[in-house]
Design a protein around this ligand. Structure first.
Ligand code: HEM
Length: 421
């Protein structure tokens, strides 16, 4: 059976935006999704291991990351919607058959995400209230959430690799259907690209976690000791090195052993060779910056963060280019007719711009806090204990909203730290 018969060609209307716009925002959205996603994918595992076997500073980092996690997850899940929209608009004909074949697992993402997210809240609120004396059951919930997130990552890698594995669809459909109706019980397990791809994403997530240790200690951990900062510098480098080695091995396995000969030719010898080399080597950028001796101040941490963003952005672009080559015999975005719909396009751009600006503003408010929001907590404790009282006191006894720079930012920090969520 020709797998092309499973690709819907009945859509008469053209693409609502040009192909380049779809590719650009898919890559941009995925890069934004990837930063927080990496932190819950590998970061939670690192935090749990640090807590179990690490010393006092490792435990401190573990607590910091886990109490930031509710906000990190909220950002990452919302950013994930952007590439999801564009993948559906541009590649629906390929994306839908793949995810219908594995529908139960695909829907399982929601079933796993909700308890995992609750688990993180339970862990973070346990940290806020009980600190190190947190009940073992809450620690267990933290581990269970880490496993759920790894399982979700595995499902995503299945879906994205099955999208490219069009030749296998007919057989999967025949094995997982009932009188012609897909049962949705297939997974892409026999595809050689699945495991290296899954491992590649996890290695990349480890590098982001390493970078976060440095960025967090320079930008958000001003109340921490110099000892903690020196620990953060050393361990940021170690975790990043582990991730970079992991990424290198899995990346070589994935590209050299699983891409089709046509894609290998294009990506290594053809017009895309420069992109392949730059993507592979880009991971050395943050590594070299982390390796340099001396304290990591804010400017250096910002540079390391930007270098990692570049790594993730290049990765997002490369994976899309590879995907286009792999599926070209069945579907080519570039040859689709276009019929631009200006109304939704302008609405999307406006909402996207405002959303990014608000998130940026919130992060800057946290970074501006002089001592990690402690002043505001002290004010609250010294007053009648209520937030209203603390706001009034911080506002010089006046009613109404206090100056924006300090108390509300302190409140936001408490939210980020999971104490008020
Ligand atoms: C429910 C909210 C989420 C949405 C809407 C979402 C969206 C997406 C989208 C659209 C992609 C593909 C991007 C592309 O190729 O253009 C993707 C990839 C990925 N997502 Fe998410 N995501 C969500 C949650 C998660 C969670 C909870 C995890 C857990 C670890 C996760 C892990 C991944 C991974 C590992 C990939 C890369 C898979 C691969 O290419 O092998 N995502 N996500």
């Amino acid at each position: 059976m020709d797998p092309k018969t499973l690709i819907d060609t009945s859509l008469a209307i053209g693409l609502p935006v040009p192909a380049w716009f779809i590719e650009l925002f898919r890559a941009l959205g995925f890069t934004l999704h990837e930063v927080p996603m990496n932190l819950w994918y590998a970061g939670i595992v690192v935090a749990m291991v640090f807590y179990r076997v690490g010393g006092v500073h490792a435990r401190r980092f573990s607590s910091r990351l886990m109490s930031q996690m509710p906000v990190i997850i909220a950002l990452g899940v919302n950013f994930g919607i952007v590439p999801l929209l564009f993948i559906q608009v541009g590649y629906g004909q390929i994306f839908y058959p793949a995810t219908i074949l594995m529908a139960w697992f695909w829907l399982g993402v929601v079933a796993l995400l909700i308890p995992a997210y609750y688990g993180i809240y339970i862990y973070a609120s346990g940290l806020g209230r009980e600190g190190d004396s947190m009940a073992p059951i809450k620690r267990f919930v933290g581990w269970a959430s880490a496993v759920c997130f790894i399982a979700i990552g595995f499902i995503f890698s299945n879906a994205l690799s099955l999208m490219e594995n069009v030749p296998s669809w007919s057989e999967l459909w025949l094995r997982h259907s009932f009188h012609g109706a897909a049962l949705g019980t297939a997974l892409n397990l026999t595809d050689v690209r699945l495991v290296p791809r899954w491992l590649l994403m996890f290695g990349l997530a480890l590098t982001t976690t390493g970078v976060w240790i440095a960025v967090d200690s320079a930008w958000f951990a001003r109340g921490e000791s110099a000892d903690y900062r020196s620990w953060a510098r050393r361990y940021a480098f170690r975790v990043h090195t582990l991730g970079a080695l992991w990424f290198g091995v899995a990346g070589a396995w994935y590209s050299l052993c699983t891409w089709s000969p046509r894609t290998i030719r294009e990506m290594f010898l053809g017009g895309w060779a420069v992109l392949t080399v730059v993507t592979a080597l880009s991971v050395l950028g943050p590594w070299l910056l982390l390796r340099r001796k001396g304290e990591i101040g804010r400017p250096r941490a910002a540079l390391i963060g930007l270098a990692q963003l570049l790594v993730l952005g290049l990765n997002a672009v490369s994976r899309q280019v590879v995907q286009r080559h792999e599926i070209r015999p069945y579907y080519d975005l570039a040859t689709q007719a276009t019929d631009v719909q200006w109304g939704p396009l302008v609405g999307f751009l406006a909402a996207f711009g405002v959303g990014i600006a608000v998130v940026g503003w919130l992060i800057m408010q946290v970074a501006r806090l002089p001592d990690g929001g402690r002043t505001f907590r002290r004010v609250r404790q010294a007053g009648d204990g209520s937030w209203e009282g603390a706001f009034r006191q911080a506002n010089g006894g006046r009613r109404g909203h206090p100056p924006l720079r300090s108390p509300p930012a302190g409140l936001w920090l408490e939210v980020i730290q999971g104490r008020q969520v």
